[in-house]
Design a binder for this molecule. Structure first.
Ligand code: DC
Length: 224
């Protein structure tokens, strides 16, 4: 009989620091880090490539029959495969963010990606981040964290990140996009972004990366 696996679920809005923190926590614990947003991005990217309206279920659902999404790990880093092609970089462009947000509101897309996420947690100890991990995908997770920060703080982090990459963008527009995505993610009918009843709320506003990681690690250790 296989041993019961351990799951740490980290949910929260875009830019709260989920991926940075989840990756570091997974490395520290020797668990696999599963970035579920990347799966929605891969589906969104496929829609963009097919010139589909990514917000339209009628257009997106037939496309799912042409898609195979897989996760692979190369030197501990998650790679997302779309029909065998490594799209880990391609899914990070700004248009893919909006496309991902659009397709993630389509129930058929969510169920399409459900088994893949579930199976990862069945076969590995995971730190999984997303929007509905503690509520829908892994309600049985031993540790659930709802990570947040103010929209201004999250937009500032994104602004600095882009600046470091040499991209100068308009701060007010970034802030507007952050708020728009928050609204979309928390108001959709299926699996909206919301804190699970048994999740611990952690606000990273004013904390730097190291402080946030330390805080979450303390919390995880106290629960396991
Ligand atoms: O975390 P991210 O920005 O890469 O996620 C991309 C989009 O996918 C985001 O708008 C919300 C959606 N998403 C979701 O609905 N459920 C998840 N478990 C993960 C992401």
């Amino acid at each position: 009989m296989s041993q019961r696996k351990i799951a740490v679920a980290i949910d929260g809005p875009a830019g709260a620091g989920k991926s940075t923190i989840a990756r570091a926590v997974a490395a520290e614990l020797g668990f696999i880090y599963v970035d579920t947003g990347a799966l929605y991005r891969a589906v969104g990217l496929y829609g963009l490539r097919k010139n589909a309206d990514t917000a339209s279920a009628d257009q997106m659902l037939p496309l799912l029959e042409e898609i195979k999404v897989e996760l692979a790990y190369v030197e501990g880093e998650q790679r997302v495969l779309l029909n065998g092609e490594d799209v880990s970089q391609a899914i990070r462009v700004n248009e893919a963010s909006m496309a991902a947000s659009n397709v993630s509101a389509i129930p058929g897309v969510r169920s399409f990606l459900f088994d893949l996420q579930k199976n990862m947690a069945k076969t590995h100890n995971v730190v999984m981040d997303g929007r509905d991990i503690g509520t829908v995908v892994l309600p049985e997770a031993q540790v659930k964290i709802f990570l947040t920060a103010t929209p201004e703080e999250r937009a500032t982090r994104r602004y600095n990140e882009l600046l470091e990459k040499g991209q100068k963008v308009d701060f007010d527009q970034l802030l507007a996009e952050v708020k728009q995505r928050d609204y979309n993610d928390s108001h959709r009918a299926t699996a909206p972004l919301k804190q699970a009843e048994d999740a611990v709320l952690v606000d990273t506003t004013g904390l730097d990366k190291e402080q946030s990681i330390e805080k979450i690690l303390d919390l995880v250790r106290s629960k396991l």
